[in-house]
Every structure is written in C-alpha cells, then in structure tokens.
Design a protein around this ligand. Structure first.
Ligand SMILES: [Fe+2]
Length: 287
C-alpha cells in the first residue's frame, strides 16, 4: 500500500516569485528576505518526506471554468499538464511549466471518490494555474514529480460546505492508504486565510481579519475540526473577506492528515495577507 509521508497546507501568494527572485535586491519589499527564508525552510518539510508522487489541491481562478459551468470537485487524469495562464505570466512573472501526471493514481482516486459518494468531474484537458504552481514554486521548485491535481470550487457560489471539504479530505486519505503501490505520496494543497480580492478591504495593513487568521491557524495546527465546524460557515468566511472561502482547501488538507497535531507551523504577516506554512506527518516526522 502507498505510504502517505506528508500533508502540506499553505496559503499561496502569486507575487512570491516576482518579489523574491525577479526583483533586484535593492528594489525588493522589506519582507522579501524573511519571506524567502521562511519558504525555503518550509520546503525542507516536503523534501524530508521523500515523495514519489504529489497529490495537489487547488482551485481554478476563472481561467478555464466560469460561473456558467464551474465544477464543484474535479480531478485531472492526463500524462502531463501545461501550467500558467497568460495573465499569471504578465502580472506575477510566473513561468510556464509542464508537469508530469500520474494517470494510474488519478484513475484510482477518481473511482475511489465516486465509490465514497463524491461525484467528481474528470478532465483530460486540464491546465494548471497558480493555485498549484505557487506551491510547486515554493515547495518543489524542480517540478520533477508526477502530480494528481484535484480542483475544488471555492470561488463560484453556491459552494460546498466546510464539512464537505473535511469529508473529502478524509476520503482522499482512505484512497491513498488503499492505493496498491510501493511508492511514497505527499499531499500538497493551497488556499487562503482571510483574504479580500478587489473589494474595499484589499491591500490593508494586514489581512482583512487578523482574528480569523489567528483562530484558523490554531484550529488547523491542532486538527480541531470540531471548532472549525462550530465557527466557520459561508457567511462567516464572507465576513472575514470576500475570498476567505479558500480556507476550505486548507480544511480539506487537514482532512487528509486527520485529527493530529501539525509538525510544522509557520506564518508571515505581509502587508495585505497573512501567509501560512503547515505540515503534518501522518506516519511520523522523518526529519
Ligand atoms: Fe490565488
């Protein structure tokens, strides 16, 4: 059976590469050096887990799916995936990638999800955006591992509930545990803490809701799904920022890990968002 060696949940920030690599040192934002150091330290938590395959969770930012036909949950099943859309190159300086896929695990995962009551969409022509490429840049910049991409709807209401994201994480975990292989799998997903995009609370001194961020990191790091389900609703997330619903992808990652303590928790307050870097080791800390 497969070994699940690590589960990573992180915020994704499309400006990271531009801010720390493409901008000359003298022109970088004051947090650039600390930001890069934190990301490099976080990367070690994945490297130490020695994965052979990455199950990656993200969400399409209206690049190929739109409000008229937005899949609630979707898995890619392809030999390879093109990545990075033109606006991401233009605005964020994110490079193009071609990621290798793992069609066998995608197919096993798809069937296993259907068997567990998750009626996924499947795509054979999925293109990856920065929700998956940002964590590739931060945690596996060599981009040398096959991936199984899972996309969720955190953008086009009505959205699935926080509990549904937790349950989906639990189902993904069962399927990974049952996958007949001697390979080692890591799960890497990105989302958000409180976040405002294009609204009146964008680009403030902190993220739009520092209290939500504090609670969110606390709940996630302790595997505390009960507190999340008591406190987090579509409405409460909307109150914390118009794009805070990306938090549900972090709940999903905690679902893959289970009710365990995170082995690694770090964060960084940028000028308009709090970044979070979290890792669980379901089978023990390899470091
Ligand atoms: Fe994003």
């Amino acid at each position: 059976m497969a070994k699940l060696s690590a589960v990573l949940a992180t915020t994704h920030h499309p400006f990271f590469y531009k801010a720390t690599e493409l901008t000359p040192t003298a022109e970088q934002i004051p947090q650039a050096a600390e930001w890069k150091a934190k990301v490099e330290a976080y990367r070690e938590t994945l490297t130490a887990a020695e994965p052979d395959i990455l199950v990656m969770v993200g969400a399409d930012h209206f690049h190929q799916f739109f409000a008229d036909n937005y899949p609630t949950f979707l898995i890619g099943k392809q030999p390879r995936y093109d990545a990075t859309f033109y606006n991401e190159e233009r605005e964020f300086g994110i490079p193009k990638y071609v990621l290798e896929g793992d069609e066998d695990l995608s197919g096993f995962m798809f069937k296993g999800l259907l068997d567990r009551g998750f009626d996924f969409s499947i795509s054979h022509e999925l293109k990856i955006d920065h929700s998956i490429i940002c964590p590739i840049i931060t945690t596996r910049p060599a981009a040398d591992l096959p991936v199984v991409p899972i996309y969720t709807n955190i953008f086009a209401p009505p959205l699935p509930s926080p509990k549904r994201f937790w349950d989906l994480g639990r189902a993904i975990r069962e399927i990974i545990d049952e996958y007949p292989t001697d390979k080692t799998i890591a799960a890497v997903g990105s989302g958000h803490l409180s976040l405002e995009l294009g609204g009146p609370r964008q680009f403030g001194e902190t993220g739009p809701d520092p209290v939500f961020d504090r609670n969110a990191i606390d709940w996630l790091s302790h595997g505390d799904i009960d507190s999340i389900l008591q406190n987090v609703t579509f409405e409460s997330m909307s109150g914390a920022g118009n794009a805070t619903h990306g938090f549900m992808d972090l709940i999903l990652m905690m679902g893959i890990a289970g009710r365990i303590e995170a082995a690694y928790v770090d964060e960084l307050d940028l000028f308009h968002t709090r970044e979070m870097y979290m890792t669980w080791y379901p089978e023990g800390d390899p470091r």
